[in-house]
Write a protein that binds this ligand. Structure first.
Ligand SMILES: [Zn+2]
Length: 67
């Protein structure tokens, strides 16, 4: 399913939203603001500075997998 990560520019709240259309307006579930911005880190893995975590990548279900 197309789940994207968003951040609210109003209250800096990060949340995930199911998006079926790129033109859809995503509203912050916390404050109700429409000033949201899609994050491009949907498949990125945050590390603690120790390099890429392949186990986390596979566990996230991103990339290949027959989707
Ligand atoms: Zn907000």
């Amino acid at each position: 399913m197309p789940i994207y990560e968003y951040i609210c520019k109003e209250c800096d709240n990060e949340f995930e939203e199911l998006v079926f259309s790129q033109d859809a307006t995503v509203v912050c579930p916390k404050c109700g603001s429409e000033k949201t911005e899609k994050l491009m880190s949907a498949c990125a893995v945050k590390t603690d500075g120790g390099g890429l975590n392949l186990d986390a990548l596979q566990d996230s279900g991103c990339g290949s997998g027959g989707g």
